[in-house]
Design a protein around this ligand. Structure first.
Ligand SMILES: [Zn+2]
Length: 470
């Protein structure tokens, strides 16, 4: 039997990453098992349908902890999967908090919806999964260190390499001896590919040999701002706000962006580039995530390690207060001196940051600083696009504060960075490159650019399509 690759999730879109491999021996392997996030009904159907019955799946390889790559694992488990889930140790730690949070948010949303359905005499809706399903999923995790080859089954060897995207993110290399050619076949799956020079993490590993590559293509046709400018922008915004005695509210994702902001602030403090003002990290999940970062030094780059060796932890800079309780969070409403409040959620769709926005957006001397992508129809996008008024907790608020953005932080490689990473491969032995995890426009642009740079046999994966890997 020939090894086969079937595209399933994140095919011509960027959600619900899942690629299905059938080995020569007929075993089923999933690369990722991400949550499809879209309209409610479509999401329910998509997330409950797998390319093969869950009980037939032998193993899952998880590229990283983001929910669009890991968030549907509890459904797979609920439907009968009980094989190993291979992930790096940091990913295994991070998905504990991310999956639990996902189950919690599903419950919260449904509690609200079901209350209304109950009043109308309608049937109640079950959540996609519960904390119990998450607990069963976590038991199946098998941590695998970077660079440690592991034979899983049918003589398929997997090895994880740094992907430089988020803590624990991995590029996966799969190797097997082809029954047809008698030669070794190498498949490389990028997962989400990060960027060189991002704070904290090691850069993506450059690999050179592969027969097949499954690459993400999120930023095809686009280029990011240089990460080197972040310090300069942050200094200007902080100095300016302190001069006007204002507060800076930074909505930030708990995993990744929060730690990058802390790191950048630590660098500025070390250089005495910014005035001494208190910084509040107001998100229990971000605090937990920061502690997980601190346990995984194997993911840190040389610059971060040097600071640690010098006794300075850039994830816990001086002057940062970690607020766990709601009472501590509410205390922030009473302070009237300049400060920085970092809080989740990153797109202002819930969490404590919404309260801080409600309390501070009407004053001209305050700033809301966006440091990440704001999805369509989110409160964050509305504010970033210049909304004059917003309604929060039933009250209308004028947005008089300044709106700033630093968007150079993206954790995904842009087109040039993807191209540079792919250029390291030996084109003579490369048979095919499959593009996944991208919108159609981005994928077409990346395909054009790769062709111009001498790559051949490019293929955009379609949902349900099966390809033989000889
Ligand atoms: Zn990701």
């Amino acid at each position: 039997m020939t090894t086969k690759l079937q595209f399933w999730g994140a095919a011509e879109n960027v959600t619900g990453s899942l690629h299905h491999i059938t080995t020569q021996g007929g075993r089923h392997l999933f690369l990722d098992c991400g949550l499809f996030q879209g309209h409610r009904q479509e999401s329910i159907e998509r997330n409950q349908t797998f390319p093969v019955d869950a009980t037939m799946v032998d193993a899952v390889i998880l590229s990283h902890a983001h929910l669009d790559h890991s968030g549907n694992l509890p459904v797979l488990v609920k439907q009968g999967f009980n094989g190993p889930i291979y992930a790096t140790p940091a990913t295994a730690d991070l998905i504990k908090i991310l999956l639990s949070d996902s189950a919690h948010l599903m419950k919260r949303d449904l509690d609200y919806l079901n209350k209304r359905r109950l009043a109308r005499g309608q049937d109640l809706i079950e959540p996609l999964y519960t904390q119990e399903d998450v607990d069963c999923t976590l038991e199946l995790l098998v941590p695998v260190n970077y660079l440690m080859p592991l034979v899983i089954f049918d003589e398929v060897t997997i090895t994880f390499f740094d992907a430089g995207h988020i803590l624990g993110s991995a590029i996966t290399e799969l190797k097997w001896k082809s029954a047809e050619t008698g030669r070794e076949t190498i498949l490389v799956f990028t997962g989400d590919l990060g960027r060189d020079h991002l704070p904290i993490l090691k850069d993506p590993t450059n690999l050179t040999e592969a027969d097949y590559i499954i690459t993400e293509s999120t930023y095809g046709g686009r280029l990011h701002d240089s990460i080197e400018k972040v310090g300069e922008d942050l200094t200007r915004i902080i100095k300016d706000t302190v001069k006007h005695r204002g507060k800076i509210i930074i909505p930030a994702f708990s995993v990744g962006r929060t730690q990058e902001i802390l790191y950048e602030i630590a660098q500025l403090k070390a250089k005495n580039a910014i005035p001494e003002i208190p910084i509040y990290l107001d998100s229990p999940m971000a605090i937990e995530a920061t502690q997980i970062f601190n346990r995984h030094l194997e993911c840190f780059d040389t610059e971060t390690m040097e600071q640690l060796k010098a006794g300075k932890n850039p994830l816990f800079p001086p002057g940062v207060f970690f607020l766990k309780t709601t009472d501590e969070s509410k205390e922030l409403n009473n302070i009237d001196f300049p400060c920085i409040i970092i809080s989740a959620s990153g797109m202002c769709e819930g969490g404590r940051v919404v309260h801080h926005i409600a309390n501070n957006c009407d004053r001209r001397n305050n700033v809301i600083l966006f440091v990440g992508y704001q999805g369509q129809h989110t409160l964050g996008r509305k504010i970033m696009d210049g909304a004059y008024e917003i309604t929060l907790f039933g009250e209308t608020h004028r947005v008089n504060c300044r709106i700033e953005k630093i968007l150079a932080f993206s954790a995904h490689a842009d087109e040039q960075e993807l191209l540079t990473w792919l250029q390291h491969f030996n084109k003579k032995t490369l048979k095919r490159i499959f593009l996944v995890h991208g919108e159609p426009e981005a994928q077409v642009k990346l395909t054009d650019s790769l062709e111009k740079n001498g790559f051949e046999n490019l293929h955009i994966g379609k949902h349900g399509e099966t390809i033989k890997l000889i």
